[in-house]
Design a protein around this ligand. Sequence first.
Ligand code: AKG
Ligand code: FE2
Length: 176
Amino acid sequence: MVMESFRLDENYIEEHLKSTKCLMRMMKYKGVDETEELGMEAHTDRNVLTIVCQNDVADGGLEVKTKDGRHWIKANPSQDSSFLVIGGSILHVLLNGRVQSAVHRVVRMGTETRYSAGLFSMPNTEDLIYAPEKMVDAEYPRLFKPFDFEAYYKFTCEGSGRRDLSGLRTYCSLLK
Ligand SMILES: O=C(O)CCC(=O)C(=O)O
Ligand SMILES: [Fe+2]
């Protein structure tokens, strides 16, 4: 749907879907007695798209950083059976910067245990990631050189602070 809205053609979308797999992950964050703690540090997802829902905890939970980087907003997915859809860094690359991938984190606050479920769409490890020509024009010149998904993923795991868009830019600037 996201790709359709950017008028990528049917064949491209079909090929993309064929080479994408979905991982489902269930997560449990135990409540805390007193001070607020991070359940998951600030990051952007390194995949295409994430869909998250969480149980109805009163405090804490998933927070999304504002674009200016100054504030955290409580996301509250699934308080009323809703889901949060997060664009990952690979979607940012494929659409050549037309969507940002949101920085988000999980805060543990209060004694209630929080459960969340995430569906992560991931490229195949051997895929070469690049924006299709249709996404490249004068307004949006190509932002990233084509890169290998597995090597990028490995790079993000090998050092701290690499799981955001600046990590992606650093990785691509190191490519020959
Ligand atoms: O537990 C959550 O709500 C989100 C987890 C998350 O951001 C992730 O696994 O990338
Ligand atoms: Fe995430």
